[in-house]
Design a protein around this ligand. Sequence first.
Ligand code: ARG
Length: 301
Amino acid sequence: MKRMLALLAGLVLILAMAAGCSSAPEAASDSAEPSQAADAASETPAAEDSAAESPASEESAASDAQGEVLKRIIGNGKLIVLTNAQFPPYEYMGSDGTPVGVDMDIAQAIADQIGVELEITDMEFDSLIPALVSGKGDIVAAGMTVDEERKQAVDFSDTYADAKQMIIVPVEGATVASEEDLAGKTIGVQLGTTGDLYVSDNVEGADVKQYKSALEAALDLKNGRLDAVVIDLLPAENIAASNEDLVLIDMASTDEQYAIAIEKNNEDLVEIINGVIAQLTEDGTIADSTAVHVEASRVSA
Ligand code: ARG
């Protein structure tokens, strides 16, 4: 009987050891916890730290898997922003031949936040999304309107400006006096912009002429080759401000918001950009920058 008990006890011991062995990896990680718990018990701030650390480390593990673009930016020591510098005050050529504007100020703040240099690549507006998706740049900052079709290809940050479309017409001899009059007319737009999409999709019988910039379209309007030009509010105001023979008509049916475009699956980068946009919106930097560039781009026009 004693032997049986001894044998049983031995068996229980072996089983217990086996169980202990099989959970050895967990036991190891478990053993880290008691020491943290001990720290936590002796020092309240440490408890807060370790509580704050665990979700953060989970997050960075997730973003390690996702954040190729942020990794690339840090690895290269520079943030490459893609833009089309034909859109004052958001982006236009500065006196030294480098694009400047509200978007470039935002892009600079994002680069500063990450701790890298800013490099600007200027290209046609309709090349921006393909270039972003093929990795030729890290972000697009180009007064780009958030829309469903673009969302299929890229992600957008939080928005930083409201906009709408405007109709530019000549002061003398205009054939268009309201949005309704656009039907059947010859209308200039910047290729690939929401103005282009709007007129092409919604205006009956319009003959849409696509230009590389709204300014080029406006020149053709002045030359009598177009009935109207459709482009975003502030660029339209910029053109009207330096062309006394042109006026603007409101297009109340349109309502747009600008955001930064980022390659999909880069949540960590989106978060950084959203933080910067929130900060610059709250402290009035975006409003100030807009006012400064509205003035500066008028003078240089
Ligand atoms: N907001 C319009 C759009 O998203 C026009 C943007 C044009 N921007 C530029 N930098 N040219 O289509």
